[in-house]
Design a protein around this ligand. Structure first.
Ligand SMILES: [Fe+2]
Length: 308
């Protein structure tokens, strides 16, 4: 479990091979070299992603190295710590700091940047699916945020699982990119266009909470990394109405619905959590019981996990 897979960051790849960006559609040579490196020894089951740790607030260097190597390879890792049902929000926040993450997104549901994902009835949050026990379709977090405030890293920390359900499916967005580019490079071309997807304005009681937001699915950040915005929702999303974009959307949806060994499934237990560069994920529906009320903390950062 602790033997970390080999890998290199995109920045290391570009520097080492001096080939330019693998995400440039006109640079097939760099893409093929990066793709080969990426897929070599790529983990094919979730157990390979789990790193046993002692205290999440103070990782040993071996624990840090194992998690870091997994994130370099797959953009994610699952830690299994010893904090059990300790509901201290500082546990995941301190873990984030060890990975250079300090800029928490202050979204509507977060009191202190750490959002409690649990069933909430009555208050306004009950109207949003994350605060219910309903399934959530595939997405990356914050796809509706302004392009300047995209979520680069996403952490989940489990205080308590539900009695039943609440499983997350997880897919490295770079694997989704490879699938689409190998299927048809034009799918990447349309997904990199600034009008690929539009999230219509959020209007509540006649007041505009958020304006229309159009943007790409895939983009390359200034540090050369691939970023993805996506939701499988069919309501509250408008895909560009052209044949290639529609075909790309369909191809991605089919891949997410497939039995690919790169799609991991995990039901986080008390003291476990997900560390990720905002990979694609979903959540199954769940049922709470008196002793098993699902509580997960969610932390969204504007920064990517350091040195990955
Ligand atoms: Fe999410």
């Amino acid at each position: 479990m602790m033997s970390a897979p080999s890998g290199q960051t995109v920045a290391q790849f570009i520097e080492h091979y001096q080939m330019g960006s693998p995400f440039d559609l006109d640079n097939e040579k760099a893409y093929q070299a990066w793709r080969e490196n990426k897929l070599e020894n790529y983990p094919e089951n979730v157990e390979e992603l789990i790193v046993e740790i002692n205290d999440p607030a103070a990782l040993t260097s071996a624990e840090y190295t194992a998690i870091h190597a997994l994130v370099v390879k797959t953009n994610m890792a699952v830690y299994a710590g010893n904090t059990g049902r300790d509901a201290d929000k500082e546990i995941p926040a301190k873990l984030g700091k060890q990975f250079g993450l300090t800029e928490l997104d202050d979204n509507m549901g977060a009191d202190d940047g750490v959002t409690s994902l649990k069933v909430v009835s009555g208050r306004w949050r009950g109207g949003y699916i994350p605060y219910t026990n309903k399934p959530i379709h595939w997405h990356t977090d914050g796809y509706y945020n302004p392009l300047d405030y995209q979520i680069r890293a996403l952490f989940l920390h489990c205080v308590s699982p539900a009695e039943k359900g609440g499983e997350n499916a997880l897919l490295d967005h770079e694997i989704a990119y490879i699938h689409l580019r190998d299927t048809n490079p034009d799918y990447i071309r349309v997904f990199m266009s600034n009008d690929a997807m539009t999230i219509p304005a959020n209007i509540k009681d006649g007041k505009e909470i958020r304006p229309d937001r159009a943007g790409p699915v895939f983009s390359v950040t200034t540090d050369g990394n691939l970023h993805m915005r996506y939701t499988a929702r069919t309501r509250s999303i408008e895909w560009k109405n052209d044949t290639v974009t529609q075909a790309a959307v369909k191809s991605l949806a089919e891949f997410l619905d497939s039995e690919s060994p790169c799609i991991y499934r995990a039901t986080l237990q008390s003291g476990q959590g997900l560390i990720s560069n905002n990979v694609l994920h979903d959540r199954s529906g769940f049922e709470d019981a008196d002793d098993y009320k699902r509580l997960l903390y969610r932390l969204r950062y504007y920064q990517r996990i350091a040195n990955t």
